[in-house]
Design a protein around this ligand. Structure first.
Ligand SMILES: [Zn+2]
Length: 245
């Protein structure tokens, strides 16, 4: 067993040998530099279905893409805290009125396929959702509100259904997604009726097909789904104060 001192020395040595660089642009000595962090504050919103809007932190430009992929596909866990903070801020701003009531907010992470969870070694959206729930609850407590958020991982992707590159038609992909999506009521939380609402979290929204399939399934099970929130929006046509990295 290594002593604490040995661990400290090894950590310091690794910082010297492998200095940290920004996940967005590669600038030295930060997890995400100020300039790249600012890109996640160029908020966007887009309607992707009937009375359903997705609110994103930033546009999926080069630096945002680099950072999101470093976190999602390359296990850059140091971004967990930062991304949770950025998304929690977006959620609190949009839901401010609701968070001041005594509603229970179910936070549903968009599911990853069992295969991608296995290859990444973690369910990245679940990890982010846990931190976001903590931040929402810290906010509502501070405000003296009875509103509480709960992480409800009730959506899953059937291991037998695989994404197919040949499923190029939008309709075909949507059907495949709908068939592969499962709802597990045991993970849906137990708050009932009008005192409960649901939000969906995801990392990237592209065509919106995945989120549409999620909201359709949740609504068919009686969930009152308010909106979706993502770190980034890959649609170039979503209006904002356009910035290209
Ligand atoms: Zn940077």
């Amino acid at each position: 067993m290594l002593s604490d001192m040995t661990v400290d020395i090894l950590q310091m040595a690794s910082m010297v040998l492998f200095p940290r660089s920004c996940a967005g642009c590669g600038a030295r000595d930060s997890v995400l530099c100020d300039a790249c962090s600012q890109l996640f504050l160029r908020w966007r919103e887009r309607s992707i279905a009937h009375s359903f809007t997705v609110f994103s932190c930033g546009q999926y430009t080069r630096a945002v893409r680099n950072a999101v992929l470093a976190w999602k596909d390359h296990g850059d866990e140091e971004l967990d805290v930062l991304f949770a903070g950025l998304l929690a801020e977006r959620i609190i701003c949009v839901l401010k009125n609701i968070l001041s009531t005594d509603v229970q907010v179910c936070v549903v992470p968009a599911p990853s396929s069992p295969k991608s969870v296995q290859s990444r070694g973690r369910a990245h959206m679940n990890i982010l959702s846990i931190r976001i729930v903590q931040q929402i609850n810290a906010y509502t407590q501070e405000q003296g509100s009875n509103c509480r958020a709960h992480m409800c991982p009730c959506l899953h992707i059937d291991a037998k259904i695989r994404k197919s590159v040949t499923a190029s038609h939008r309709k075909e992909r949507a059907e495949r997604l709908s068939k592969g999506l499962l709802y597990e009521p045991q993970h849906a939380g137990d708050a009932e009726g009008s005192k409960r609402c649901t939000i969906i979290l995801d990392d990237i929204v592209t065509s919106g097909a995945t989120l549409r399939a999620c909201v359709r399934l949740l609504r068919s099970r009686g969930e009152h789904v308010l909106a979706a929130f993502t770190l980034s929006d890959a649609d170039r046509h979503t209006p904002d104060n356009a910035y290209y990295a």
